[in-house]
Design a protein around this ligand. Structure first.
Ligand SMILES: Nc1ncnc2c1ncn2[C@@H]1O[C@H](COP(=O)(O)OP(=O)(O)OP(=O)(O)O)[C@@H](O)[C@H]1O
Ligand SMILES: [Mg+2]
Length: 283
């Protein structure tokens, strides 16, 4: 196909020899299949910030590491330089995460380079060499669902032990190749240690997995693997082969019954008040 303008700089630099076709256009990026020498790869072209859905940007920003304080100050002020910096931090976050995760043994596409807002990485393929399907497009039986779920929890643990939480893990951001699941789409990945939202992000990622595989293996619904993994991580005892149960022990401290009764009484009074005001307004 004709080279899209955003890929032109990579063609000129000799990073890409030919753009073969567009694969997908998602919320945050357009993805192309490209040829680099004899290799078929994948080029993810990030959309400009104003075209992106900046969902949970604030929560993510907090966990994002910025290389120096000049960058951090500029980003806080929102100057033009600051916006450019924020853009680069966003784009580099994915390639940084991919390198870190690949080194930690997580199954991700091998990254090559992030240049001019384009991430060049391996194309994940199925047995026929076509672009791999997303988890959401694959049918599972009960046992295969449990097997994939366990494999993905292991991946989540490897990621966490490398200090990374995906932050948007779901059946749409996991591809399936011949060997099994491959995790993609990491620009919003957060630092496990540097963020107050880390525990809830991890729990959400893990609950998404349980809910997806739960349609094939209902016993996964309501499991608490996210909490369990986080507790082990905080205790420093998390390993990929830890025999997880999906259950966390109920809190052991004695319940403060007076405090609970007090809460209920406060809620009752508030509700009485609300109804009284409503009646006053109507009369
Ligand atoms: N390395 C890859 N190999 C094969 N297919 C890929 C690869 N990277 C991305 N894709 C395809 O492109 C789609 C979009 O990629 P990605 O999820 O990274 O971007 P996105 O803009 O966040 O998309 P979305 O908004 O759909 O989540 C994926 O769902 C997948 O089908
Ligand atoms: Mg995606």
């Amino acid at each position: 196909m004709k080279t899209p303008p955003r890929l032109q700089p990579l063609v000129e630099e000799g990073l890409i020899d030919e753009v073969m076709r567009q694969l997908m256009s998602g919320k945050e990026a357009t993805v192309y299949v490209v040829r680099c020498g004899d290799e078929i790869r994948c080029a993810k072209v990030y959309k400009e910030a104003n075209q992106r859905s900046f969902h949970q940007a604030v929560a993510y920003q907090e966990g994002r590491r910025v290389k120096n304080s000049r960058q951090a100050r500029a980003m806080e002020k929102g100057t033009r330089f600051g916006k450019k910096m924020a853009e680069e931090v966003w784009q580099n976050a994915e390639v940084d995460a991919l390198y870190r995760l690949a080194a930690a043994g997580v199954t991700v596409p091998t990254p090559y380079v992030c240049f001019e807002g384009v991430l060049l990485m391996d194309l994940v393929t199925d047995a026929q060499g076509n672009a791999a399907p997303r988890l959401n497009d694959v049918e599972f039986d009960h046992d295969k669902a449990l097997q994939f779920h366990a494999k993905l929890l292991r991946e989540v643990i490897l990621m966490l032990n490398a200090g990374v939480i995906h932050g948007d893990l779901s059946e749409y951001n996991i591809l399936v190749d011949e060997q099994g699941p491959v995790i993609i789409d990491l620009p919003q990945a957060i630092d496990a240690a540097g963020s107050s939202v880390a525990a809830s992000m991890l729990e959400r990622d893990v609950t998404n997995l349980a809910n997806f595989f739960g349609t094939f293996a209902p016993e996964l619904i309501g499991s608490q693997y996210g909490k369990e993994i986080w507790n082990l991580y905080e205790a420093g005892t998390l390993t990929p082969d830890y025999p997880l149960t999906g259950k966390v022990p109920a809190p052991t401290e004695p319940v403060d019954v007076d405090a609970v009764i007090n809460e209920i009484e406060v809620a009752r009074l508030e509700e009485e008040d609300r109804i009284r005001r409503q009646l006053e307004q109507q009369s």
